[in-house]
Design a protein around this ligand. Structure first.
Ligand SMILES: *Cc1c(COP(=O)(O)O)cnc(C)c1O
Length: 399
């Protein structure tokens, strides 16, 4: 089938939830991917920050092959080794003590909120409200739509589950004002990903943690996008000198396999048997893959590499900003980077990059986002920058 046939088929078969980029990807290796016409691309979308080790990382492929021949799935009634090994690795390398595995970021956050509510019921006189931020993104379930402080996600589905209060991000006073005896938790992204790669003031999360401790409420960090090395440390909280009580993970955790998790400190781990569960969560196949990915990431200090190459990338983008007056801002930490414009040219730029062999993400009408694999090299960044410069040139002429 040709590219157009696949597009026609998609139009016929799918619910219209997304405007796809007109490319059918059939193969990937490291930072590169190929379409069904044999064209090669540098992939700076990283599967929405999920492909932390790039496409088809050999350690993950090997773990999948081996586990697929051994044991793919059991119910969670039984002990399975890959799940235990992954949990141990996560606990050893984080400030948290206990783990629950699920299948996605939305589910990880759902679980985190359920645990905080359970804690509220048992320890905080039935407090159940969770304070979250405007421009946040916590997932697509109904409850996480209520948690996600963006009206474009909320309005189509009202009425939403109650118990969520959205307040301004990077504003501790807003959290203080929204806190009442009904509050059981504050849930934030350390850096807002989907909402624009919004980086808070250095002391914001510390202030939030201080407030949560003062009030005895649960401090939740949604590290679904920032976790697993994306921002230059294994978890973003490390850079802000805080320790969440609960942390949600997904995206990069499995380097491409669908896995989510939430981790909790001992003190808030108040679930009793039967109060939460998942059929596929933590199954041997995905856990073996995620273990291999995370082990590689840690053993090879991939987060430090992401930090170094990310700094290099940001510095080069800053110099592009000097040359193109419609670039208004470069924002980023590690390899989570956004480029913002004073005009709505993201789509045009995306297509100009695409035709030259670079895949980027349209973050907003006036911003693009880069989430390349964490193993990207400076040389690959240079190649992407060359394409980006030409694409910016074309976009400037076209406007
Ligand atoms: C992507 C994302 C989610 C949702 O993850 P899914 O796996 O798509 O459910 C939640 N929180 C953050 C911060 C995210 O970036």
């Amino acid at each position: 089938m040709s590219q157009n046939d696949w597009q026609e088929l998609e139009k016929k078969l799918f619910l219209r939830t997304i405007n796809r980029v007109p490319v059918t990807l059939v193969r990937g290796k490291g930072a590169r991917a190929w379409d069904d016409q044999g064209r090669e691309y540098l992939d700076f979308t990283g599967g929405w920050a999920a492909n932390s080790l790039g496409h088809c990382p050999p350690v993950v492929v090997k773990a999948l092959e081996k586990q697929a021949r051994t044991l793919i799935h059991t119910s969670s009634q039984f002990y399975t080794v890959p799940q235990l090994e992954l949990a141990r690795l996560l606990v050893e390398h984080s400030c948290l003590n206990r783990v629950f595995f699920c299948n996605s970021g939305a589910e990880a956050n759902e679980g985190a909120v359920k645990l905080a509510r359970r804690y509220g019921k048992l320890r905080l006189n039935g407090a159940y409200e969770v304070i979250t931020a405007y421009n946040s993104f916590h997932g697509r379930t109904l409850a996480m739509t209520a948690a996600t402080g963006q009206s474009k996600f909320q309005e189509p589905y009202t009425p939403l589950p109650s118990g969520f209060i959205n307040v301004e991000y990077n504003n501790i006073e807003a959290i203080k004002q929204a806190t009442s005896e009904k509050t059981c938790a504050v849930a934030l992204e350390p850096i807002q990903g989907e909402g624009g790669v919004n980086i808070p003031d250095d002391d914001y999360l510390q202030k939030v943690q201080g407030w949560c401790r003062e009030k005895g409420i649960v401090f939740i960090l949604d590290e679904v996008q920032t976790g697993a090395g994306r921002t230059g440390t294994l978890f973003a909280y490390e850079q802000y000198g805080v320790e969440p009580d609960i942390m949600a993970l997904a995206k990069g955790l499995g380097s491409g396999v669908p896995i989510g998790a939430f981790l909790a400190k001992e003190e808030v781990s108040v679930f009793s048997p039967g109060e939460h569960g998942s059929t596929f969560g933590g199954n041997p196949l995905v856990c073996a893959a995620a273990y291999a990915a995370l082990k590689y990431l840690i053993d090879n200090n991939v987060p430090a590499q992401a930090k170094r190459v990310g700094n290099y990338f940001v510095a080069k983008l800053e110099s592009l900003k000097q040359q193109f007056d419609f670039i208004t801002e470069v924002r980023g930490r590690g390899l989570l980077i956004a480029l913002e414009f004073n005009q709505e040219i993201a789509e045009k730029l995306l297509l100009a990059c695409l035709s030259r062999g670079l895949l980027v993400n349209r973050l907003k009408p006036n911003a693009v986002r880069f989430m390349p694999p964490l193993i990207i090299t400076e040389k690959e960044v240079d190649k992407a920058l060359g394409i980006l410069r030409d694409a910016l040139e074309e976009t400037r002429k076209a406007k």
